[in-house]
Design a protein around this ligand. Sequence first.
Ligand SMILES: Cc1ncc(COP(=O)(O)O)c(C=O)c1O
Length: 339
Amino acid sequence: MQLPDTLAHVSLTDGATPLQEMPRLREALMADGRPCPHLYIKRDDLTGLAGGGNKTRKLEYLVGDALEKGADTVITAGALQSNHARQTAAAAAKTGLAAHLILFETVGYDDPAYSMSGNLLLDTILGAEVHRQAKDADASAVFEDVTAKIRASGGTPYLIPVGGSNAIGSTAYAQVFLEIQEQGDALGLTIDRIFHANGSLGTQAGLLAGRALAKGGPNVEGVSVSKPTREALLEELLDIANQTSERIGGDPVTEDDVHVDFRHLGDGYGLPTEGMVSAVELVARTEGILLDPVYTGKAMAGMIAAILNGEIAETETLVFLHTGGMPGLFAYPAEFTPK
Ligand SMILES: Cc1ncc(COP(=O)(O)O)c(C=O)c1O
């Protein structure tokens, strides 16, 4: 099954990313004779653009749209350590666009590395113009100001929403849902669930739109790293999912399709948890795969906890969607330094 080929798109990847088994993680989780489902990982950290991640996929559609509309500059926003901002800077560099990143000091993680290393360092190397803002800055006023200045200097700006999460960006994750199914079929797998980090909602919305287009398949299990409750995200998530579904000609996504686990957020977005640190270290030490501290570490903590709590049958096959973010590890050195 394919998405419509009329959607604006620019190629930033080398095609499908690998779907790999995680036998040593499974073995570690089976210590003491505990049952464990079969574990696979979809390597969207290997999209191949300046550190990779899920935003490369979304940006293939968003930058495609920007170029179709004649833009020469992209503007986006996020937290100081935004992976989306770093990937936007890279996508802009690769396609010859200018990039303006409006980055807010929202997280309140007090380590000098957080405000100079990791993604932030890469944004500058990639040539983006960074507009650093205090936590309480008026986001729409800053957006208007940056946009007006670009126009005044003769530029044509294109606004990419936070996280690339609208129907255009989420189209990419409908495509990834189909790609996972195709790769699972080729390996003879029946995949029961796809686990992933849920931040600005676009990845989950896209996966659900892909599932609706395919008329079924694995359950999509988001682990929230940003919104604290189901009420806080349901309406917006369904909106993006259904606009995406409409764009690709799929069936509606309903409330019953939405599964999100809120137990692994800890004190908030970007704030480390013990579960995140243990999950990052366990996956690194069993599979040689680096997760990240803000998204995939917490999502993996959620998948591991669901397995260890007996919420998943041992006959199931799970896919963990690795959405990237590894540069973020360098913003949190204290969490991973032996005490
Ligand atoms: C590494 C990583 N994983 C997951 C996500 C979450 O994706 P979404 O914002 O589409 O929910 C993000 C978003 O920034 C991310 O950077």
